[in-house]
Design a binder for this molecule. Structure first.
Ligand SMILES: Nc1ncnc2c1ncn2[C@@H]1O[C@H](COP(=O)(O)OP(=O)(O)OP(=O)(O)O)[C@@H](O)[C@H]1O
Ligand SMILES: [Mg+2]
Length: 232
């Protein structure tokens, strides 16, 4: 098995800017508004990881992982889908225990861990216990520190997603704090923004690991996944 350094995203402009894809040993954060293709992008990375012969652990905290969508992205290749393992934490406590036990199930055959969406259960917990915001924030920070360490020790790439809202609502005080924690621990940061066309999004490489150039480009979400959209 070849040593894994990068996992291609299949977005050519982005892969070029990231010198091959999202890096092993680091956390990559993908954040943006609802329906901007974050889950699609994550699944696509899992499929690419499978194509390189490595397994992915997909932690689905949103319960939005769709087997149908995955088989679309793999063109129904079951050899690829079998490389993707799914876990669904029911609450923030279960999320913590999955993270704490990662070392037990991440073998050398794994190349990628995806956490989609890392802040959903945290938000639920805060809305139920607003007085515990400080403690919950500290717990989120602890989980991220643990993930950063796991990425290095287990030599896997970690991709986390987070949803942000453009409209201020009751969570607006929570959001910037959580985003600050996620950004602190992430070596690569990708921000995805909607455009007037719901199938096209704009992605910004906000932070990168090496001397590569920061870029922004358009991506199109379709049946085959999320790919470069070349504007005329
Ligand atoms: N099979 C498909 N073919 C074409 N487009 C699809 C398909 N499945 C989903 N989409 C489109 O992808 C977009 C949403 O993708 P996705 O679920 O990856 O977004 P997201 O950023 O993860 O959303 P959320 O923040 O709600 O989790 C939607 O606009 C949806 O219409
Ligand atoms: Mg999603």
């Amino acid at each position: 098995m070849r040593t894994l350094y990068k996992i291609p995203t299949s977005c050519k402009t982005l892969d070029k800017a990231l010198e091959g894809g999202i890096p092993v040993g680091n956390i990559t954060l993908l954040y943006g508004e609802a329906e901007t293709g974050k889950t699609t992008f994550s699944m696509q990375c899992a499929v690419n990881c499978a194509k390189l012969g490595y397994k992915t652990l997909f932690i689905d905290a949103d319960s939005t992982f769709s087997v149908g969508r995955l088989s679309q992205l793999t063109s129904k290749d079951s050899n690829l889908t079998q490389q993707i393992y799914l876990m669904k934490p029911a609450d923030f406590k279960e999320q913590a225990s999955i993270i704490d036990q990662l070392a037990n199930y991440i073998t050398r055959k794994f190349g990628l861990i995806i956490f989609d969406t890392i802040t959903s259960l945290y938000r639920v917990e805060i809305s139920e216990n607003p007085k515990k915001t400080f403690d919950l924030n500290r717990e989120l920070n602890r989980q991220l520190a643990f993930l950063a360490q796991t990425a290095k020790i287990k030599k896997v790439a970690i991709l986390i997603t987070s949803q942000v809202r453009s409209i201020l609502d009751e969570t607006y005080e929570v959001e910037p704090v959580a985003t600050r924690v996620l950004k602190f621990w992430s070596d690569v940061i990708l921000a995805v923004k909607p455009t007037e066309n719901p199938t096209i999004v704009k992605i910004f490489l906000e932070k990168k690991p090496s001397k590569t150039k920061l870029i922004e480009c358009y991506l199109k979400i379709g049946k085959e996944g999320i790919k470069d959209y070349i504007t005329a």
